[in-house]
Write a protein that binds this ligand. Structure first.
Ligand SMILES: Nc1ncnc2c1ncn2[C@@H]1O[C@H](COP(=O)(O)OP(=O)(O)OP(=O)(O)O)[C@@H](O)[C@H]1O
Ligand SMILES: [Mg+2]
Length: 149
């Protein structure tokens, strides 16, 4: 599925709409993983802000660039944690293991979004949702969803 947005606000809205679908999904054995790709400023964090809003998270979302991982509690029926990862500074997939990756990715109650997911592509669960962000012009972005299995 491909979308085009014409502002940060529209990208947030798209994230919010996706959130309403994600809460209905029950995965088996692994977390629900969204793997984001796209260059600096492509709109990944903006989209996450919309997702978080749609999931009922009140806190302000920023890229956890220095923390790498940030958790938010969820009150939805199928999930209990929303985990936002910024893999930009990770050099090897292994670097995420020491941050508790096995435990978080193995819990079906977690929704995990990963900015710069290609940095840890090798250790992503086989089933996940790829979301790619393309900078078209100052305010236009192409956002593509793809199911990987
Ligand atoms: N259609 C659009 N969608 C998303 N963001 C847009 C759009 N048009 C303009 N912008 C602006 O582009 C910027 C996107 O920044 P954002 O932090 O979301 O990017 P990012 O992909 O997370 O970058 P990084 O890799 O540095 O974390 C914001 O300042 C946002 O307002
Ligand atoms: Mg970001």
């Amino acid at each position: 599925m491909v979308f085009e947005t014409n502002s940060g606000k529209e990208t947030k809205k798209l994230g919010e709409i996706l959130a309403r679908e994600l809460v209905k999904i029950k995965t088996e054995k692994t977390a629900l993983v969204l793997a984001f790709s796209g260059e600096l400023g492509a709109g990944k964090t903006t989209f996450v802000q919309g997702l978080a809003k749609g999931l009922g998270i009140k806190e302000k979302i920023k890229s956890p660039t220095f923390l790498i991982v940030k958790n938010y509690k969820l009150k939805t029926k199928n999930h209990k944690l929303f985990i936002h990862i910024d893999a930009y500074r990770l050099k090897k997939p292994k670097d995420i293991l020491s941050l508790g990756w096995r435990e978080m990715s193995g819990d079906q109650k977690n929704i995990i979004v990963i900015e710069w997911a290609k940095h840890i592509a090798k250790i992503l669960p086989a089933h996940h949702i790829d979301i790619s962000f393309k900078h078209i012009s100052e305010n236009k972005r192409k956002i593509e969803f793809r199911l990987e299995s």
